[in-house]
Design a protein around this ligand. Structure first.
Ligand SMILES: [Zn+2]
Length: 73
């Protein structure tokens, strides 16, 4: 599993935990290619980087530092 190492520079803390959980839940989903079950997209916003992870089954997980600010409103 080299994927996890490659993305740690972008995803940390709570996001990393959520991502691990998401990937565990979806580990039995069919893989599109040998090494690309999850599709990551990074979107810069005014509050930080929004990260969405999409599994091959169509489910999507939203991550990003800006989530922390939302709860404080
Ligand atoms: Zn899935």
């Amino acid at each position: 599993m080299e994927t996890e190492e490659n993305i740690t520079f972008k995803i940390t803390g709570n996001d990393m935990r959520n991502l691990r959980k998401f990937r565990k839940q979806h580990k039995n989903c069919p893989q599109v290619t040998a090494c690309d079950q999850f599709n990551y997209s990074f979107t810069p916003t005014g509050l930080g980087l929004a990260i969405s992870v999409k599994c091959s089954c169509g489910q999507e997980l939203m991550l990003g530092d800006f989530m922390d600010y939302d709860s404080g409103k």
